[in-house]
Design a protein around this ligand. Structure first.
Ligand code: NAD
Length: 267
């Protein structure tokens, strides 16, 4: 079965970007990149499930976006590390909204450790959130997409430029390996799922969110001097890319990794 074609590929390109009538869920949706993705999808007309794990004001955040955009936005608490938990959450979202068209596996954590002394728990925690969590999120969504029928879904992973190159100074082997695995996982699922979903990644460079503060200041200072674009990226600058991959505008794109990094990976 070939990739689904939009019902009329010759209509206005603006209609191709519309998410009206679609339902989306986004993990790590209460802050940073995920929050901007939820806002973008709601602005484009989708009903949105904002999945969070620890935010105290996720319900208020969802209500605020709903009020600003006129779209339905609801918050769901879950934990991507737990297969049964995130599967139940995504099944519940599909039940509450009547279907699921778009899923963004965006939750992630960063940490730095010496690869000669890594402890089992530190290593596994990164993998559990960034790789296992991405897989369980995708698996739950993929099963719903498959049940819904041909061309039903768009699966998007938030990977990283760390999947492509090694930041200097390095001590992020687990994070980098987890993100490289996510990019390859997306390619595998893209091939397996052509009948019922497109699967793509977005690999951001340095985005101004809480995650950047995990790293020592001297590392950040070094990285910033290496961005040809000369500045950090506001998370809202990623909105267009996520809407593109979620929408019919990218109907022939699957297995791709969109790098959005101000040129960081070029030199
Ligand atoms: P962030 O720290 O603001 O957001 C991470 C989100 O993941 C938070 O909402 C957090 O609650 C959620 N999360 C963490 N553990 C979870 C769990 N067990 N279950 C469910 N949710 C969980 O940082 P961000 O920059 O918005 O990160 C979003 C994604 O972008 C991550 O996957 C990150 O690796 C990736 N990324 C970020 C940058 C950057 O420079 N900020 C660059 C490349 C990739």
């Amino acid at each position: 079965m070939p990739l689904a074609k939009p019902s009329d590929p010759t209509t206005s390109v603006l209609l191709h970007f519309s998410l009206k009538g679609k339902t989306a869920c986004v993990t790590g949706g209460a802050r940073g990149i995920g929050l901007e993705v939820c806002r973008a999808f709601a602005e484009a007309g989708a009903s949105v499930a904002l999945i969070y794990t620890s935010s105290k004001d996720a319900d208020e955040t969802a209500s605020k976006i709903a009020k600003e955009t006129g779209s339905t936005v609801k918050a769901y608490r879950s934990d991507v590390r737990e297969k049964a938990t995130i599967t139940d959450t995504i099944n519940q979202i599909a039940k509450d909204f009547g279907k699921l068209d778009i899923c963004v596996a965006n939750a992630g954590i960063a940490a730095h450790h010496d690869s000669l002394t890594y402890g089992v728990e530190d290593w596994q925690e990164i993998m559990r959130v960034n790789l296992d969590g991405a897989m369980w999120t995708a698996q739950a969504a993929g099963n719903i997409f498959k049940r819904q029928g041909p061309g039903a879904g768009s699966m998007i992973f938030t990977a990283s430029v760390s999947a492509i190159l090694v930041n200097i100074p390095q001590r992020q082997s687990a994070y980098n390996a987890s993100k490289a695995a996510v990019v390859h996982l997306a390619k595998c699922l893209a091939v397996e799922w052509t009948e019922f979903a497109r699967v793509n990644c977005i690999s951001p460079g340095f985005i101004e969110t809480d995650m950047l503060s995990v790293h020592p200041k001297e590392w950040r200072d070094k990285w910033f001097t290496m961005i040809p674009g000369g500045r950090l990226c506001d998370p809202a600058e990623l909105k267009g890319a996520y809407v593109y991959l979620a929408s019919d505008a990218s109907s022939y794109m699957t297995g791709a990794n969109m790098v959005i990094d101000g040129g960081y990976t070029l030199p």
